[in-house]
Design a protein. Structure first.
Length: 116
């Protein structure tokens, strides 16, 4: 890996090593992935847009790149992809807002003197 890169480039060599180290698991994962992304109750394009959004929430750079490419191949527009990313952004921010309830609960009741 180059020192100016944060993540190594996805290569066939890395794929081959991953497969060689756990071939049955790799095969199971690939079969699972194919099943998840095949046309079903949701169209493939919608599934790829969901994947783009989730990849941004999980912050997986490889997933962001691959599912963005796949979403475009399945017919998603740049605007649709960006809108999916905005939905992910709102949900990630929304999670922080919602989880503030844990800190508020831990802090206990508000002392009326603190609000002045």
């Amino acid at each position: 890996m180059k020192s100016d890169q944060l993540y190594p480039k996805a290569t066939k060599e890395i794929y081959d090593m991953r497969t060689a180290l756990a071939p049955e698991t790799m095969e199971a994962f690939q079969n699972f992935s194919k099943a998840v992304f095949k046309e079903g109750a949701l169209p493939e394009k919608t599934k790829e847009l969901i994947a783009v959004a989730v990849a941004h929430v999980t912050q997986c750079p490889y997933c962001i790149r691959s599912h963005t490419k796949l979403a475009m191949r399945k017919g998603a527009s740049k605007e649709e992809i960006m809108e999916a990313i905005w939905v992910a952004s709102e949900m990630r921010a929304g999670a922080a807002y919602a989880h503030a309830a844990l800190a508020i609960d831990e802090m206990g009741p508000l002392d009326p003197k603190e609000t002045k």
